[in-house]
Write a protein that binds this ligand. Sequence first.
Ligand code: PRT
Ligand code: ZN
Length: 202
Amino acid sequence: MKRLKLAIQKSGRLSEQSKQLLKDCGIKIQNGKNALRVSATNFPIDLFYLRDDDIPQYVQDGIADIGIVGENVLLEKNSRCEILQKLGFAKCRLSLAIPKNIDYQGVEYFKNKKIATSYPVILSDFLSKNNVTSEIHEISGSVEIAPNIGLAEAICDLVSTGSTLFSNGLKEVEQVLKSEAVIIGNPNISDAQKEILEKLIF
Ligand code: PRT
Ligand code: ZN
């Protein structure tokens, strides 16, 4: 029987709950500590442990059949994968934030401003829908410190509790996207694999 290849985050905010979900489905996985690929012992499923950013590409290319990622990553990568199921965990939002002492009147505020983000694709889409042109400065981490070190005048980053923004003297002023963990799939998976997937989702 053809096996279903599932990609999940190796370590990070999605990995524990992704593994828990498989456990809850009764899927047994050996704990190969540094293995990139492991097989379930009681289900025709192979697991790939990857960085979340790489998962949409692996699924799109058919290296994996399905994967678990945040919607934010899926959209940023412009992936052609389909969302098969929302999972209800890792909920967060991608938001624009500015120094808290600024009097904010609306999205025009961002005209010609320098915005630091790890999500340039989603952000530029949002800005162009709002007819705003800004200078997007892409950085891969610690986005929230950018205004304090003079790198940018605003940021666009993921927020869950809001405490990171608060402790950096920033306030959330526009919500760009709502996100949660989702199962994504390659549109071309076989019927046999679909059957395994349906069992899994059920
Ligand atoms: O190593 P790898 O590339 O696989 O992982 P990563 O470091 O890129 O991602 P990771 O593990 O940090 O997050 C994985 C996914 O979790 C994200 O893509 C989101 O879909 C989801 N998620 C949910 C979050 C958050 N909540 C979140 N709060 N991802 C990041 N954050 C960060 C945010 O960037 C900011 O630094 O937490 C901080 C804000 O949190 P609060 O609670 O202070 O608001
Ligand atoms: Zn990542």
